[in-house]
Design a protein around this ligand. Structure first.
Ligand code: HEM
Length: 429
């Protein structure tokens, strides 16, 4: 502890593999010593305190989400650019727009993702969860990321969008291509492959959009394609390009985040038997446990803002044009807000004060859905599996090297199936 106290931000290189893998000491030091920290050699200022991030998210005029160019990643090579030119244009829609334009798209997405609609999906999510568990329950082991946590949100969003299940593999490949482009670390061949997959996504989805305009169904693409948006110049349907951009965001924002939170949470429950026992004793605590898991995992570890004018934050002068990195993962361990912030406590009274879904204008519209998927996942896992352990010798418990998203690469577990119909509260861990 004394050693930690003596450290200063310059002792850490945020971009080093070690800090990206295990950033929590760095977060503690910057929250205390430099809550608005200019990352050396960059134009990036990292904000790590909970209250500061909330404050910044209230001022969208100064701290803009207009980072569309950043999302597209580095300038494509001529070969990749040629492939992109053969596809559809990529206009900014939700995440990369500021008010008032943001609201034009957000109003529609709020309708599509309402709490009521998600509550109505409970039985359906349970069915998807049970089908996934059925696939591996008898073997007594699984690689949880591959076998459960990845397909769960992909199946749910694809079903909701109305994409046939036979095309699910393609959905995952497209969503990975968008994430890889955003990560900016793709090799020349991967960059061309990403471009190919992204244009393939555009052509495939444009076909589904055209179909749902002709034959509307009870799914999200039909809702998005056939409801009017209301920009100041007058009501109209979205263009195909706008729809492609919206659907892309639903795929990219919802999949890896839910996968990572679900996996990280299960690992913590395996490692902390008292926390697991609390949920077995009282499954009604699972909803609060999900908030605590989101607080600690914060899979959207950081999000960008572009500074639109010279501004001063906590005494740090930030020039116009700089980038802010709102470090949600650091803010969710802010000792000003959470007692013993590094410790998991599924009964924590203010667990849902976390800002893992952001705050304000861009607060995650998929929050109800992500939470519901996680809740149902843990309910059914605890009801159907017992003696869950890490598979010996198979786990290194490392995370994907990524500045924005945090998630375990793999989680190999072993377990025993519970006897059918057994109530978890009556069983031992
Ligand atoms: C555990 C799961 C999830 C986490 C931790 C998460 C986190 C976040 C965060 C932090 C933001 C705010 C971005 C900002 O401040 O700029 C956000 C926005 C967004 N999320 Fe999520 N998300 C999750 C699940 C989902 C799901 C399931 C969907 C949809 C299927 C989704 C769709 C979106 C979209 C479209 C936005 C942009 C909203 C806007 O700009 O108005 N997310 N999410």
């Amino acid at each position: 502890m004394e050693k930690t106290m003596a450290k200063c931000p310059a002792d850490f290189d945020f971009f080093s593999p070690e800090v990206i893998e295990s950033p929590f000491e760095f977060y503690e030091v910057i929250r205390r010593e430099a809550p608005v920290y200019h990352l050396p050699g960059t134009e990036i200022y990292m904000v790590s305190r909970w209250e500061d991030i909330r404050q910044i998210n209230r001022d969208t005029a100064t701290f803009s989400n207009d980072f569309q160019e950043l999302l597209k990643g580095p300038e494509p090579s001529p070969e990749a650019a040629e492939i992109y030119a053969s596809g559809y244009a990529q206009p900014p829609t939700l995440l990369t727009l500021d008010p008032p334009q943001h609201k034009v798209y957000r109003s529609l997405i709020n309708k599509v993702f309402s709490a009521k609609r998600v509550e109505g999906m409970r039985d359906y999510i349970e069915q998807v969860v049970d089908e996934l568990i059925d696939e591996f329950i008898d073997s007594g082991e699984c690689e949880f990321v591959r076998d459960f946590a990845t397909p769960l949100p992909v199946y749910v969003i694809a079903d909701q969008l109305g994409v046939p299940r036979k095309d699910l593999r393609r959905i995952k490949a497209w969503s990975d291509a968008f994430a890889s482009r955003l990560g900016g670390m793709a090799s020349a061949e991967e960059e061309v492959e990403n471009a190919r997959l992204i244009v393939e996504y555009q052509n495939y989805m444009a076909g589904i959009i055209a179909d749902r305009r002709e034959n509307p169904q009870d799914d999200m693409i039909s809702d998005l394609a056939n409801n009017l948006i209301k920009p100041p110049e007058g009501e109209r349907l979205m263009t195909v390009e706008e729809l492609l951009s919206m659907i892309e965001q639903l795929l990219v924002a919802g999949n890896e985040t839910t996968t990572s939170a679900t996996t990280g949470g299960l690992l913590s429950l395996i490692q902390l038997s008292d926390q697991l026992q609390a949920l077995l004793d009282d499954p009604a605590m699972i909803a609060n446990a999900v908030e605590e898991i989101l607080r600690l995992e914060s899979p959207s570890a950081g999000l960008w803002r572009v500074v639109t004018r010279d501004v001063e934050l906590r005494g740090v002068a930030i020039p116009k044009g700089s980038l802010l990195m709102l470090r949600y993962a650091a803010a969710n361990r802010d000792e000003q807000v959470f007692d013993n912030p590094e410790v998991m406590d599924v009964c924590r009274h203010n667990a849902d004060d976390h800002i893992a879904f952001g705050y304000g204008t861009h607060f995650c519209p998929g929050a109800f859905l992500g939470r519901k998927e996680m809740q149902v996942a843990y309910e059914r896992i605890l009801a159907r599996m017992t003696n869950i352990r890490l598979a010996e010798g198979k786990n290194d418990l490392t995370h994907w090297p990524n500045m924005v998203l945090r998630g375990l690469k793999e989680l190999h577990i072993t377990f025993e199936p519970r006897a059918a119909q057994a109530a978890p509260a009556a069983m031992e861990a």
